[in-house]
Design a protein around this ligand. Structure first.
Ligand code: PEP
Length: 252
C-alpha cells in the first residue's frame, strides 16, 4: 500500500515572518494527522528557520529546486548537500522551471540522480501544456518526461522517488483535471512508463501525486482514485485551513 503524500509548493511567496506565521497556524493540526505524509516547500531563504520549527513534528520540508553539481562556480545556485542539510524533499522539473528557466528532461535527470545521492526524495514533476493536451499529445509528452527524467535509475532507487503529474493547463487556473482524467494519466501513462523502466513491482510502489488547482473541495474525490497517491498543492497550500483540509482528505 502506498501512503498518500501531500506537499505544499509555496513558490515565490511570503516573507520570512509570514512563513513562520503560516507554519505556526498549520503545525498543531497537521502534525496530529496520521495516515498521510505531508511537507511544505517554502522559498529557499526560509528553509533553515522552518527546519527548526518543523523538527520532530512529522511535517517534512522540501526545497523547490536545486542544481545537480556538488559545488563550484554556479552563482545563484544551491547544491544538493545544501538542501539536504535542512530538507527531506526537493521539487524537481516543475513546469514553471521548464517554461521560464529552460529545464530539460536531461537536466531534470541529473538533478534527480544528484538528489538521491544525498538522500533527498525528489518530487519530479511532469505534465503537458494546454496546446499539447488539445493536440492529443498528453501520453507522448508525459511518458517522455517520465522516462527522460528517470533514465538510468535502478528499481531500488526509483522506489524512493515521487512523481507529480501536473497538467500545465490546470496549474493556478482553478480548472483542475477531473479525477477520472488524472486517474487515466496516472495509471495508463505515468505508472505504465514506470513499469516499462523499472518493472511492475517497483512501479506499484512509487507514489504519483496529482497537481493543478487541488483545493479543499476537490481533494477527497481525487484521492478516491486508485492511482492518485496524494497531491502537490500550490495556491491552496498558502492558506492553513485549506492545506489542513487537503491533508486530512489524504489521510482518509
Ligand atoms: C503547482 O504549481 O505545483 C500547483 C499545483 O499549483 P496550484 O495548486 O496553484 O494549481
Amino acid at each position: 500500500m502506498r501512503t498518500r503524500f501531500v506537499a505544499g509548493n509555496w513558490k515565490m511567496n511570503k516573507t520570512g515572518e509570514e512563513t513562520r506565521v503560516l507554519v505556526a497556524e498549520m503545525l498543531p493540526e497537521l502534525s496530529a494527522i496520521k495516515g498521510a505524509d505531508k511537507a511544505v516547500c517554502p522559498p529557499a531563504p526560509y528553509l533553515m528557520s522552518l527546519a527548526n520549527l518543523l523538527a520532530g513534528s512529522g511535517v517534512g520540508l522540501g526545497a523547490q529546486n536545486m542544481h545537480w553539481e556538488a559545488s563550484g562556480a554556479f552563482t545563484g545556485e544551491i547544491a544538493p548537500k545544501m538542501v539536504a542539510e535542512f530538507c527531506q524533499y526537493v521539487i524537481l522539473g516543475h513546469s514553471e522551471r521548464r517554461a521560464y528557466f529552460g529545464e530539460t528532461d536531461e537536466m531534470v535527470n541529473k538533478k534527480v540522480k544528484a538528489a538521491l545521492a544525498v538522500g533527498l526524495t525528489p518530487i519530479m514533476c511532469v505534465g503537458e501544456t494546454l496546446d499539447e493536451n488539445e493536440a492529443g499529445q498528453t501520453a507522448a509528452v508525459v511518458s517522455r518526461q517520465t522516462k527522460g527524467g528517470l533514465a538510468g535509475l535502478t528499481p531500488e532507487e526509483a522506489v524512493k522517488i515521487v512523481v507529480a503529474y501536473e497538467p500545465v493547463w490546470a496549474i493556478g487556473t482553478g480548472r483542475a483535471a477531473t479525477s477520472q482524467q488524472a486517474q487515466d494519466v496516472h495509471a495508463n501513462v505515468v505508472r505504465k512508463s514506470l513499469a516499462d523502466l523499472f518493472g511492475k513491482d517497483a512501479a506499484e510502489a512509487i507514489r504519483i501525486q496529482y497537481g493543478g488547482s487541488v483545493n479543499a473541495k476537490n481533494a477527497a474525490e481525487l484521492f478516491g482514485m486508485p492511482d492518485i497517491d496524494g497531491a502537490l498543492v500550490g495556491g491552496a497550500s498558502l492558506k492553513a485551513p485549506d492545506f489542513i483540509a487537503i491533508v486530512k482528505a489524504a489521510a482518509g
